[in-house]
Ligand binder design. Structure first.
Ligand code: NAD
Ligand code: TYD
Length: 353
C-alpha cells in the first residue's frame, strides 16, 4: 500500500511525512511543486529512504498526476498542497486561485478517473483527504461561540476564499460522483519547519536577529493555535476512521491574542538567550499597519473529532511553544537555508525597509 501526499515539502506536509515514516512502513509518494514554501532540506533525513519518493510537480498537471496514480496505485491521497499565506494572497491572489481552486479541481478529476481502475475492495478502502483551514468560516466577535462543522462558510481573504472554494469542490465531488472524501478544517499551526513569513517563526527569527517584531494593528486579534504534530495525529486518525463525505474541525483549545503570543515568545527567548543586562526581547515589539480585511478572531470547536474519533491534542500552547522556540534555536542552519534572497524580497515588500 502507498500514500500519495501533495505539498509534503511544506510546513505541515513535511511534518506529516516525517512523522508517518517513524510509525509506518507504508511508503509515501510526495508530489510537491517546490515553490518558495517547499523545502527539500526539511526531508533530507529521508534522502536514502526507499519508503519516500519526492516528485517535483504541480497538482494541476493532470498528465503527471494520472501517471503517478497509475504507477503507484495509492490507497489514499492527502492533499496539503496550497498557497497558504494570507498576506501574499492580498498582494497576488492569482496563484492562490490556480493552485488552491484549479489545482484541487484537477486532482479531483484525476481521482475520479483513477477510482474505476481499482478493485471493488480497493475502491471501498480508498480515501481523498483534503486538508483545509478554519479561516473558511470567516471571523468571530469575542463573545461568539467557536466554529463548528455546520458554521456557514464566510471567507474574507483571497486565501480563505480559495480554500473555501476547494472545500466546496471536494464536497460536490463526493455528492455527485461518490468520491470517498474527508475534509479537515484546522486552526493555526506552529512548530518545526515553519517558514518564517508566518507570525510565530517570523517573531523568533527577527528577535534572534535583533530586528523589530511587527504586530499588525492593535495586536488583539485572536487565533487558536495547534502544535503541528497534533495536527498530523488528527489527520492520521481521520484517515483511519473518518466517515467519507464528512468534515472534521481540528483545534488546540488554545485561543491567544497575537500580542500575547509575541510576548510569550519574547519571554522564552529571555530565558534561553538572555540579552545584555537591562534589555528584553519584548523591547523589539513594533506595532505596524494592520492587514486589510484582517479577521478579528478564529476559534474551533473540536468536540466532534474527539467524540467520534477519540482525538485530542497532546500539547498545550505552553508546551508546544517552548519546544518550538527551542527547535529554532537548535536548527539555525535550516532557517538560514530558507531565508534566501527571495525571502528577503518578500520581507522588504511586506514590511518596508
Ligand atoms: P506551506 O505553504 O508551508 O506548504 C505548501 C506546500 O505546497 C509547499 O511545499 C509548496 O511547494 C506546495 N505547493 C504549492 N503549490 C503547489 C502545487 N500547485 N502543486 C504541488 N505542490 C504545491 O503550507 P502549510 O502551512 O504546510 O499548509 C498545508 C495545508 O494546510 C494547506 O492546504 C493549508 O491551507 C492548510 N492549513 C494550514 C494551516 C497553517 O496554520 N499553516 C492551518 C490549517 C490548514
Ligand atoms: P499568520 O501567521 O500569517 O496566520 P493567519 O493570518 O493565517 O492567521 O498570522 C497570524 C496572526 O498574526 C494574524 O492575526 C496576523 C498576525 N500577524 C502579525 O501581527 N504580524 C505579522 O508580521 C504576521 C505575519 C502576522
Amino acid at each position: 500500500m502507498t500514500l500519495l501526499v501533495t505539498g509534503g515539502a511544506g510546513f505541515i506536509g513535511a511534518n506529516f511525512v516525517l512523522d508517518w515514516l517513524v510509525g509506518s512502513q507504508e511508503p509515501i509518494v510526495n508530489l510537491d511543486k517546490l515553490t518558495y514554501a517547499g523545502n527539500p532540506d526539511t526531508l533530507i533525513s529521508l534522502q536514502s529512504d526507499a519508503r519516500h519518493t519526492l516528485v517535483q510537480g504541480d497538482i494541476g498537471d493532470s498528465r503527471l498526476v494520472d501517471g503517478l496514480l497509475a504507477q503507484y496505485r495509492p490507497r489514499a491521497i492527502i492533499n496539503f498542497a496550497a498557497e497558504s499565506h494570507v498576506d501574499r494572497s492580498i498582494h497576488g491572489p492569482a496563484e492562490f486561485m490556480q493552485t488552491n481552486v484549479i489545482g484541487t479541481f484537477n486532482l479531483l478529476e484525476s481521482v475520479r478517473a483513477y477510482l474505476p481502475t481499482l478493485s471493488g475492495a480497493e475502491q471501498d478502502a480508498f480515501r481523498f483527504l483534503h486538508v483545509s483551514t478554519d479561516e473558511v468560516y470567516g471571523t468571530l466577535e469575542s463573545e461568539d461561540p467557536p466554529f463548528t462543522e455546520v458554521t456557514p462558510y464566510a471567507p474574507n481573504s483571497p486565501y480563505s476564499a480559495s480554500k473555501a472554494a476547494s472545500d466546496h469542490l471536494v464536497r460536490a465531488w463526493h455528492h455527485t460522483y461518490g468520491l470517498p472524501v474527508l475534509t479537515t478544517n484546522c486552526s493555526n499551526n506552529y512548530g518545526p519547519y515553519h517558514f518564517p513569513e508566518k507570525l510565530i517563526p517570523l517573531v523568533i527569527h527577527n528577535a534572534l536577529a535583533g530586528k523589530p517584531l511587527p504586530v499588525y494593528g492593535d495586536g488583539m486579534q485572536v487565533r487558536d493555535w495547534l502544535y503541528v504534530k497534533d495536527h498530523c495525529s488528527a489527520i492520521r486518525r481521520v484517515l483511519e476512521a473518518g466517515k467519507p463525505g464528512e468534515t472534521y474541525n481540528v483545534g488546540g483549545w488554545n485561543e491567544r491574542a497575537n500580542i500575547d503570543v509575541v510576548k510569550t515568545i519574547c519571554g522564552l527567548l529571555d530565558q534561553f538567550r538572555p540579552l545584555p543586562q537591562g534589555s528584553l526581547h519584548s523591547d523589539l515589539i513594533t506595532f505596524v499597519k494592520d492587514r486589510p480585511g484582517h479577521d478579528r478572531r478564529y476559534a474551533i470547536d473540536a468536540r466532534r473529532i474527539e467524540r467520534e474519533l477519540g482525538w485530542r491534542p497532546a500539547d498545550t500552547f505552553e508546551t508546544g511553544i517552548r519546544k518550538t522556540v527551542q527547535w529554532y534555536l537548535d536548527n539555525q542552519a535550516w532557517v538560514q537555508g530558507v531565508t534566501s534572497g527571495a525571502y528577503r524580497n518578500w520581507v522588504s515588500r511586506q514590511y518596508g525597509a
